[in-house]
Design a protein around this ligand. Structure first.
Ligand SMILES: [Zn+2]
Length: 312
């Protein structure tokens, strides 16, 4: 089975993380995506966060009626809804399950995609645990001065545990992010399984573009043209709530890049559809230890390079 449908030369999707998203600051951008024929993936928080959130207070949840109506419209139009935890801050198992049940009752099915959020304690294999190679994990702990154990979604004895539920209902979890567009160059096995992280069925990588400036830089015309010429696969991780819309108007540079991209013969479908087709094309293997190490080292090298080039 070939990866792309007839007439499509490359695959492109977006995983829009809901941090800072409100109806006002993302709806105009989704109108552009829809009109250009893009069908992408959006995370949403199903439940409110009554304890408050210092960093993520600006976002709306699906408890807001207008926002829920907007997300329903997106799903009806073919956009995909993904899980980003139950709410803005850490959730115990009970609240995580309540959030998932809310999504199922509203949308008729569980989400198929999950990505970890911020410092939420129910995150799976997060922090230093993200590295499955013991030496890199230990090094990461030293560099991050992390004691370990603060992310507990995969730890059975924790009240934040929900790994068993993740394995049962979620098909794909986002792992490493990279600067380049064509992800198959850095992660040729994706989606992949890792034996030492059994609660995640399949992991996948994305292209990192956390806000509007990064998005416009990463998706330059030259890079879009190269992605199309290579017949690559690109899933961009971003936050549409971070600067893409000002005073009701979409950033003009973003609008022009999306229009340029739409003119190419790309396959513009939700993230899980891209990953399903990669599975059908024969991927989805359990990586060997050597393959895991190679991927982790690529991620580290990419991070160092980005840090140097951005002058941080
Ligand atoms: Zn987030």
């Amino acid at each position: 089975m070939t990866l792309l449908p007839t007439g499509k030369r490359f695959a492109f999707s977006i995983l829009d993380d809901t941090d800072d998203s409100t109806l006002e600051n993302v709806e105009p951008l989704y109108a552009i995506l829809r009109d250009h024929g893009f069908r992408t993936t959006k995370t949403a928080w199903p439940l409110d966060c009554p304890e408050g959130s210092r960093n993520f207070f600006a976002a709306e949840t699906l408890q807001n009626k207008e926002y829920l109506r907007f997300v329903h419209e997106l799903v009806d139009q073919g956009f995909e809804l993904a899980f980003h935890g139950a709410t803005l801050e850490s959730s115990t198992r009970e609240r995580t399950l309540e959030g998932l049940e809310f999504l199922r009752s509203e949308f008729g099915r569980y989400p198929r995609i999950f990505c970890n959020h911020g410092q939420n304690r129910e995150n799976l294999y997060w922090g230093a645990q993200r590295f499955r190679t013991p030496a890199l994990r230990a090094l990461s702990r030293v560099l991050m001065r992390e004691q370990g154990g603060s992310y507990e979604g995969d730890q059975e004895e924790s009240r934040f545990f929900w790994g068993d539920v993740c394995r049962d209902v979620i098909q794909y979890v986002r792992n490493f992010t990279f600067e380049r567009l064509n992800l198959l160059e850095v992660d040729p096995g994706m989606p992949y399984h890792i034996a030492s992280s059994p609660y995640v069925k399949y992991w996948f990588s994305t292209t990192d573009a956390p806000d509007v400036d990064a998005f416009n830089r990463v998706l330059s015309r030259r890079r879009i043209d190269r992605l199309a010429a290579e017949g690559g696969v690109c899933i961009v991780s971003t936050h549409f709530g971070k600067g893409f819309v000002k005073d009701g108007r979409v950033n003009p540079h973003t609008a022009s890049l999306l229009s340029h991209l739409a003119d190419k013969a790309g396959w513009f479908v939700p993230v899980s559809e891209v990953l399903d087709s990669l599975l059908e094309a024969g991927r989805g293997r359990t990586l060997t230890r050597r393959e895991i190490l190679r991927l982790e080292l690529r991620f580290v090298a990419d991070r160092i390079r980005r840090r140097e080039s951005s002058g941080i």
